[in-house]
Design a protein around this ligand. Structure first.
Ligand code: FNR
Length: 191
């Protein structure tokens, strides 16, 4: 039933038009939309963080903070840039943590995953991401999800073409849904 679906804010760490991580995020949405309600959070229009802008929060920042605060869980799908997280993603995380005392992060649950054309990519970015989110009071789902992206891995309709990867990603989404339902307050579970 739609009313009982956990709400997921999806943040893609790449601002690239043909991002493979955005494709992966869309495939995850397809795998999980029967149990979860997904909303994509735009980060490309955020200004570069400056404390000078906090007195009059930019609309794009207020919108992103509201989306994160309204969500039960955050799904972050990110590439690795120079063995860390992309600057655009760090900028979004920093903005959502501000102004002081009004961070949107504490108490949220998150799942992190990433795709790269390379063999070992995104593991160090995800390690850094877990450290940052932990410091902000976010509970990050355990496990590891590093996707080596091949051009035909995801079809135009966002279906994962490889059966073992599809099973792995289905389990990833199911585990996140299960974690969120275990974290939900008792009255929400009864609804
Ligand atoms: C990369 N790429 C990359 N890949 C990786 O596995 N580890 C890395 O440290 C880096 N570093 C890096 C830095 C910069 C500035 C760029 C532009 C790229 C390659 C990266 O995985 C590849 O470009 C992906 O296609 C990026 O994902 P999106 O943008 O397609 O989602």
């Amino acid at each position: 039933m739609a009313a009982n679906k956990s709400k997921i804010a999806v943040i893609v760490g790449s601002t690239r038009r043909d991002s493979i991580n955005r494709k992966l995020a869309q495939a995850l949405v397809k795998l999980g939309e029967d149990r979860l309600a997904f909303t994509f959070v735009e980060i490309a229009d955020l200004p570069l963080y400056s404390q000078d802008l906090e007195a009059d929060l930019p609309t794009s920042v207020s919108r992103m903070k509201a989306q994160i605060e309204a969500a039960d869980g955050i799904l972050i799908v990110t590439p690795e840039h120079n063995r860390s997280i992309p600057a655009a993603l760090k900028n979004a995380i920093d903005w959502a943590a501000r102004p002081w005392g009004k961070s949107s992060w504490p108490g949220k649950a998150a799942a992190v995953i990433g795709a790269t054309p390379g063999a070992i990519g995104t593991s160090i970015a995800q390690l850094h991401l877990r450290q940052i989110l932990g410091a902000l009071g976010v509970l990050v789902m355990g496990g590891e999800a590093y996707i080596t992206f091949k051009p035909d891995l995801i079809a135009a309709d966002n279906t994962i073409t490889d059966a073992s990867t599809r099973k792995f990603l289905s389990d990833f989404v199911a585990n996140f849904a299960s974690l969120l339902s275990r974290l939900a307050p008792a009255e929400a579970k009864a609804a």
